[in-house]
Design a binder for this molecule. Structure first.
Ligand code: HEM
Length: 832
């Protein structure tokens, strides 16, 4: 009896197998007869088109070998038809015109289910949703994926690239890339400042990778696809231990996301201001009962599933292309170096300026796009696509790769030619790496920012070489991937060494005498302080190509550092002539102009004062020495009578209690706040002794006045502070020409007026406040070091030095030994 049942069962299984094997054959024949040469038929029992892919992988080391050759030989093929797992047929669209029809008619299809346990983490996410729920989610998420909004991520990406800690030698590039892409997506979702959760993406991705391993187990495949037991409701005795561990980890990860969501909701309810990120949007939607917390969690998982493997496999394939084409790598490196000196300089807006890099990316997508087809779809009704009919319930997908090898669209398609992208592609639907139409890739701008930033980082810093392993174009996690080539050999290039301050080592590598090498060599020499060598190297470069801007720009930088401001200005003007848009040159030129104006104004003011002092006889009542300040921010003047020495600081201090001061025998210390977190400090080593007890400081409406009683009433102070040694040696006769020794009244308003007029002349050139506007312009556009240099030089030099060169300023002591000598008899004062 039992034997009978068993044998019936055996017959049943045989019949089922016979059906699965035989049933598709007449169907495929029917289509071949119907459509003729417009279709290509693939028949491999049970596995359909996958059979061809496996054969190509084993015998040709390229999963798409046959399909590529087919398109090359016969570009009339519009459709592949193959058998599927259930004895039916599956359509793969190749013709761009047919694909376009599907791109714009997503309503007629639904995405095929099948990913194990997707009901717990992805079914309610954008990738697998259909109909109205998809529309709602797409609308909700779109605003976070516009190119403009995502530009802020470039800084995060730069930081993440630098954290990669790549070393010379072979590296497993895919693992490195997965870490970077998962962190980036997590930061896009939860906000770039949320560092606590940044590692979550990496952990989730590790857990998700297990799903692909489940699918290598035939028993699990049978259970999932044949018996449809692929949900979290599957009885646990049917699950493998690996699957159970996966679900446990998944729950813990979901819990972490839910607690972030709950915190977000709490903050919104408490009216706290939150960053505008996906999490905040989700929380608001949850509060308004538009979505559930579970849906929000699914969206996060979806972005990880859709964004990690795609991007990292693609970059890996791009690295392969770079290794295969070192000449392209070198061209890209030159382009990058013509825009930025070092990776840190990269600004988000610049990413659209790398034309060659764009060409490379397109060409690498064309040859090695990692997402060669779309997810399978099921027709929800009978659909007519040109001459072809797809019946309700039949499955289909869109091949994204075949048209890339169609010679009628891409001439000589097997050639890796980045220059073909100088002209636009003939049919836009023949090249759609991110799909097209309303259901295209929502993450494409993020992916592009990631790709470009990462490629710039890698190319700038390393030479990428292929290792000796056999190259194989295979499928990994369903993505096209260069297999048996997990490792890429990295070797630092001179730029990387320069970046890491290894200038001597960089010089050893920079041996050839072409223009780029010479310019790079000058960078290393410059950092080593060998300015003359750097300049002569740049002159050599100019002799080779006198119409390129880089060498002039670098000459300008060096001459500026050496204080040859006028020469620097000429160099930079020349650089701008050959590249008018080069921002760094523009900025450096502004610095030169500022420096020249600064020198000129200070000199003019000082000359004027000396002139006036000489001309105007002394007055015993109020002899004042005004020192002209170029900062325009805080200025003070001092004067003296026979009895007193006064200082007037032009500043409105709202609260007189904020003024702190202390008089000592020959010292005045004073401070008050000028703006948030900043104090004006004055610490004067006075020219002569005062009487601290009777000296006063008072806060007026628009000024602060300090009046100190002279101890020696007969002494004319030659200056406010005790002078530096050499200035004390000024002969008495010369000192007699100073205002303090003069007996005639000085017309201070006249001096002020003349200086004012002088400034006004410059107003015409520079607008309202010439120095201030120039100062502000440079300050606002300047990097951190420029700003530091400007602040330190102005503050410590008493407004007599305004430098933008931090390398120089950081070692200077303008308060003491490096203070520029004032004109004889004059004295500089400290500014706030
Ligand atoms: C170079 C990297 C990428 C490539 C080549 C790529 C490619 C694609 C393609 C071809 C589709 C269409 C799938 C289909 O309809 O069956 C798609 C959809 C999608 N991609 Fe990407 N993708 C990339 C990166 C990303 C990133 C970084 C994210 C998110 C952070 C992302 C999120 C999505 C989502 C959510 C969808 C579904 C959109 C919808 O159905 O409305 N992708 N992607």
């Amino acid at each position: 009896m039992n034997l009978l049942i068993l044998s019936y069962l055996g017959y049943l299984i045989l019949a089922l197998i016979a059906y699965l094997v035989i049933a598709p054959i007449p169907k495929l024949l029917y289509y071949k007869i119907k459509y003729g040469s417009a279709v290509e038929i693939y028949y491999f029992p049970f596995i359909g088109l996958i059979g061809q892919i496996l054969i190509d992988l084993v015998f040709r080391s390229d999963v798409f070998y046959s399909q590529k050759r087919l398109v090359l030989k016969n570009n009339k093929v519009k459709l592949h038809i193959s058998n599927d797992l259930k004895g039916g047929v599956h359509f793969t669209l190749i013709d761009p015109k047919l694909k376009k029809l599907v791109f714009f008619d997503q309503e007629s299809y639904k995405k095929m289910e099948g990913m194990p346990f997707a009901d717990t983490f992805a079914d309610q996410g954008l990738l697998f949703q259909n109909g109205k729920s998809w529309h709602k989610s797409r609308q909700m998420l779109t605003k976070h994926f516009t190119n403009q909004d995502l530009l802020v991520m470039v800084e995060t990406l730069k930081q993440e690239c630098k954290k990669l800690q790549l070393k010379d030698g072979p590296i497993d590039i895919l693992t490195v890339l997965k870490q970077l892409t998962s962190t980036t997506i997590t930061k896009t979702f939860f906000g770039s400042e949320n560092n606590e959760i940044a590692d979550l993406g990496v952990q989730v991705n590790k857990n998700m990778e297990k799903i692909m391993l489940f699918l290598l187990n035939p028993l699990i495949v049978l259970r999932c696809f044949a018996l449809k037991l692929n949900k979290s409701t599957t009885p646990s005795f049917l699950l493998s231990s690996g699957e159970k561990a996966f679900l446990r980890e998944l729950q813990a990860q979901k819990q972490r996301i839910i607690s972030e969501i709950e915190q977000g909701i709490k903050k919104i309810k408490e009216n706290q201001t939150l960053q505008d990120n996906i999490l905040t949007t989700m929380c608001k939607e949850i509060i308004n009962n538009n979505i559930t917390k579970e849906e929000a969690v699914h969206q996060y998982f979806t972005l990880l599933i859709a964004g990690i493997d795609t991007t990292s496999h693609i970059v890996k394939n791009f690295c392969y292309a770079l290794g295969l084409h070192p000449e392209v790598q070198e061209r890209l490196r030159k382009e990058i170096n013509s825009h930025i000196q070092q990776f840190d300089d990269l600004r988000p807006q610049q990413l659209s300026e790398f034309k060659l890099l764009d060409n490379f990316i397109n060409e690498a997508y064309r040859q090695y796009t990692a997402a060669p087809s779309l997810f399978n779809r099921i027709a929800l009704k009978d659909i007519q696509l040109g001459e072809f009919t797809i019946l309700k319930g039949q499955s289909m997908d869109l091949n994204m790769m075949m048209s890339h090898f169609d010679p009628s669209i891409f001439e000589n398609p097997l050639k890796f030619d980045i220059d073909r992208w100088n002209s636009p592609v003939l049919d836009p639907y023949s090249f759609t790496p991110f799909s097209a139409g309303p259901r295209n890739c929502i993450g494409q701008h993020l992916a592009t920012l990631e790709l470009k930033t990462l490629l710039i980082f890698l190319i700038m810093n390393f030479n990428l070489e292929l290792n000796n392993g056999k190259i194989q174009l295979g499928l990994s996690n369903l993505f096209l991937s260069i297999e048996k080539y997990q490792q890429i050999i990295m070797s630092s290039n001179p730029y990387f060494l320069i970046l890491h301050h290894q200038y001597d080592q960089a010089l050893q590598l920079l041996v050839s005498d072409d223009y780029e090498t010479l310019v790079t060599k000058s960078i290393a020499l410059y950092h080593l302080g060998k300015y003359d060598d750097a300049l002569s190297t740049l002159d050599k470069a100019i002799q080779l190509s006198s119409d390129r801007f880089e060498a002039y720009y670098r000459k300008g930088l060096i001459n500026f550092i050496c204080g040859k401001i006028q020469q620097a200005q000429l160099d930079l003007q020349k650089s701008l002539q050959f590249n008018p848009k080069h921002k760094e040159t523009q900025q450096q030129l502004l610095k030169c102009e500022l420096e020249l104006k600064n020198i000129k104004l200070v000199q003019t003011a000082q000359e004027k004062i000396i002139q006036q002092f000489k001309e105007v006889p002394q007055n015993s009542e109020a002899q004042r020495t005004d020192i002209y300040s170029t900062s325009g921010k805080l200025m003070y003047k001092w004067y003296q009578t026979d009895l007193k020495v006064g200082i007037e600081i032009h500043h409105a201090l709202p609260n007189s209690a904020d003024l702190k001061y202390q008089f000592e025998k020959q010292r005045l210390q004073l401070s008050f706040p000028i703006e948030k977190g900043n104090n004006f400090e004055l610490d004067l080593d006075l020219f002569a002794e005062i009487i601290p007890e009777t000296s006063k400081a008072k806060v007026g409406l628009n000024s602060i006045e300090i009046i100190m009683d002279k101890k020696d009433k007969t002494l004319n102070w030659g200056s406010l502070q005790r002078k530096a040694e050499e200035q004390q040696q000024i002969p008495i006769m010369e000192q007699a020409a100073y205002p303090t020794s003069s007996k005639k009244k000085k017309d201070w308003s006249k001096i002020d007026k003349e200086i004012e007029e002088d400034i006004n002349k410059h107003k015409e050139e520079y607008g309202e406040d010439p120095l201030n506007s120039l100062f502000k312009q440079i300050y606002q556009n300047g990097d951190e070091n420029t700003r530091r240099a400007m602040i330190k030089s102005m503050q410590t030099s008493g407004g007599t030095v305004l430098s933008t060169n931090w390398d120089e300023v950081k070692v200077k002591d303008y308060e003491r030994k490096d203070r520029p000598s004032p004109p004889k008899g004059q004295e500089y004062k400290k500014l706030g």
